[in-house]
Write a protein that binds this ligand. Structure first.
Ligand code: A3P
Length: 316
């Protein structure tokens, strides 16, 4: 059973920063739990005076979850946001992958960031960054020492998850769509269709190699998205370490919700939440011969990925 002491505690370095103990300190400590005032700031309900008074700033991200789409990017961001020193950008900003946004300049990007205390770090996630050609150079120009998080899942499962998302979108618009098998396998050659985006995205090593032209491998941390589903805490602890954050996320903050079939988030006694229903869709059944073919196809790329990253997965 969880005890009250297991609840998120404010960071030690923060403790000394607010001068003599008093009412103000209590209010600021409450902000550390990311409810109350900070929540209002995020919703845009704060006055300029309140922002100034609390010394809140909009900071460029110190870390970015660059992908991979359907790897568990939302779960990772929301779970990291449990940490009192982390403040998430709620929306995918698509600054570096969208030319129109990028042309608006870095101040536009900074203004999209949530309010935070100067000692906190901001994290954003836009999974399209991982696969978009121009992004590594653009991020490098902003901050060459930024920390980059990549969350991956077994490539065939990820591709099917990707397909499922698109399929659901089509169904919502009452449109018909091809079966996964038809898209993933080239009918002329009967080989894996590498033109299909869901397949291409799962060739992790190809994309990573482009990033490595700008950033050393030490600036990346690979998160096991399959393990984040079944056993999130150890994965989050590895990220805390990578981000040089003191360990603050505990088992108390993560509880398994049998109805959802996933771990959900507990911020404190009163506030908990599960991810939206669009996360954790039921995948359509896929022909086993197609799955076997895809797994065989991804195998050599996976080996290369393990070699480059130093993180091995037991993907088939
Ligand atoms: P599925 O819908 O295929 O199950 P992303 O946020 O990058 O789009 O990734 C979505 C995936 O996050 C989901 O894929 C789901 O499996 C995974 N996920 C990981 N942890 C989760 C959690 N706690 N709640 C819901 N989905 C989670």
């Amino acid at each position: 059973m969880c005890t009250r002491t297991q609840r998120l505690q404010p960071l030690c370095p923060i403790d000394g920063q607010f001068g003599p103990r008093g009412q103000e300190e209590i209010a600021l400590r409450a902000l550390q739990f990311k409810r109350g005032l900070l929540h209002e700031f995020r919703k845009g309900n704060a006055t300029k005076e309140q922002i100034r008074l609390h010394n809140l700033v909009q900071q460029l991200p110190k870390a970015i979850i660059i992908g991979v789409r359907k790897g568990g990017t939302r779960a990772l961001l929301e779970m990291l946001n449990l940490h009192p020193a982390v403040v998430k950008a709620s929306q995918e900003i698509h600054f570096f992958d969208n030319d129109e946004n990028y042309a608006k300049g870095i101040e536009w990007y900074r203004k999209k960031m949530p309010f935070s205390y100067p000692h906190q770090i901001t994290i954003e996630k836009s999974p399209a960054y991982f696969i978009t050609e121009e992004v590594p150079e653009r991020i490098y120009k902003m901050n060459s020492s930024i920390k980059l998080l990549i969350i991956v899942r077994e490539p065939t499962t990820r591709a099917i998850s990707d397909y499922t998302q698109v399929l659901e979108g089509k169904e919502r618009k009452n449109k018909t769509y091809y079966k996964f098998e038809k898209l993933a396998i080239d009918p002329n050659t009967c080989e894996v269709n590498t033109k299909y985006k869901a397949v291409r995205t799962s060739i992790y090593t190809k994309h990573l190699e482009r990033w490595l032209k700008y950033f050393p491998i030490e600036q990346f941390h690979i998160v096991d998205g399959d393990r984040l589903i079944t056993e999130p805490l150890p994965e989050l602890q590895l990220v805390e370490k990578f981000l040089n954050l003191p360990p603050r996320i505990s088992q108390y903050n993560l509880y398994f919700n049998a109805t959802r079939g996933f771990y959900c988030l507990r911020f404190n006694i009163v506030f908990n939440k599960c991810l939206a229903g669009s996360k954790g869709r039921i995948h359509p059944e896929v022909d086993t011969s197609v799955i076997t073919k895809l797994r065989k196809f991804f195998h050599p790329f996976n080996q290369k990925f393990y070699q480059i990253t130093g993180r091995t997965f037991n993907w088939p």
